[in-house]
Design a protein around this ligand. Structure first.
Ligand code: B12
Length: 213
């Protein structure tokens, strides 16, 4: 049962059929399939398959954009079910995709899962400059700054943001976690980030750990 719906979701994602993606995700939920499974095995896997087709030049930016939009529709169906929190958040996170980078699917998943464990999340969106991150951290008094990068060319902006936090005397007030497909633990260490995570579930675990440090 799950396998069939997941195949249908992936196919609808590939076609960029946002209405079907949303309907099928809802159908999967209604049939009792675990939300995390729908996210990991249908939506994220589906997007990965689109990624490999893009890499092999079998599909191009317009198709990827349409699929990305459909992915957002699917995630929007899941999001309310991730969040079941009381009034008091466990901590505050400022999140965003770094300057020069427009990829936001992974960042949105991280944001959604952080909200799911009751972090208050301030999403700065995409193409966020170091100055904008610094400003958001200062104004919000965030415990954690989470930066996403999907391009090797935008990764240096993470370093720039950490430098900017230092210049603004905020570096010791906020923990920094970084992630995104090209980001590695070595890179995170080299820019003196406090943590790195490969996927959204580990991002949540690491963020909780950071609160204790
Ligand atoms: C979708 C997509 C696009 C869409 C983005 C739409 C959107 N709204 O996001 C569009 C079409 C706009 C696009 C454009 C481009 N793209 Co693109 N894109 C992708 C694609 C196919 C999928 C990315 C994705 O969403 N993956 C699914 C999510 C769930 O995975 P994820 O982002 O990695 O996130 C997970 C983890 O990394 C982690 N994570 C993510 N963020 C964070 C943050 C923190 C703090 C933590 C802890 C963890 C974490 O958790 C997430 C969930 O588990 C990838 C291929 C790929 N395999 O990654 C290429 C890819 C990233 N793109 C690429 C390129 C080159 C481009 C363009 C330059 C193409 C061009 N010639 O114009 C432009 C750049 C535009 C720009 N300035 O940003 C390259 C990057 C190569 C590189 N290493 O630099 C890739 C790898 C494709 C390829 N193989 O060539 N792209």
């Amino acid at each position: 049962m799950a396998e069939t719906i997941f195949l249908d979701i992936k196919e609808a994602l590939r076609k960029g059929d946002r209405v079907s993606v949303a309907e099928l995700v809802k159908k999967a939920m209604d049939s009792g399939i675990e939300i995390r499974k729908i996210m990991d095995e249908a939506l994220i896997l589906g997007m990965e398959e689109i990624g490999s087709k893009f890499k092999k030049n079998e599909i191009f930016i317009p198709e990827v954009l349409i699929s990305a939009k459909a992915m957002h529709y699917g995630m929007a169906v899941l999001e309310p079910h991730f969040v079941r929190c009381g009034i008091k958040p466990i901590g505050k996170v400022v999140i965003g995709t770094v300057k020069g980078d427009l990829h936001d699917i992974g960042k949105n998943i991280v944001s959604m899962m952080m909200k799911g464990v009751c972090f208050e999340v301030e999403d700065q969106g995409i193409d966020v400059s170091p100055a904008k991150f610094v400003d958001a951290v200062r104004k919000s008094g965030a415990d954690i700054l989470a930066m996403s990068s999907l391009l090797t060319t935008s990764m240096p902006s993470m370093r720039e943001t950490i430098k900017a936090l230092k210049s603004a005397n905020l570096r010791d007030k906020v923990k920094v976690i970084v992630g995104g497909a090209p980001v590695t633990q070595d890179f995170a260490d080299s820019i003196e980030a406090d943590a790195f995570a490969r996927d959204a579930a580990s991002a949540v675990d690491k963020a909780k750990e950071l609160l204790k440090r």
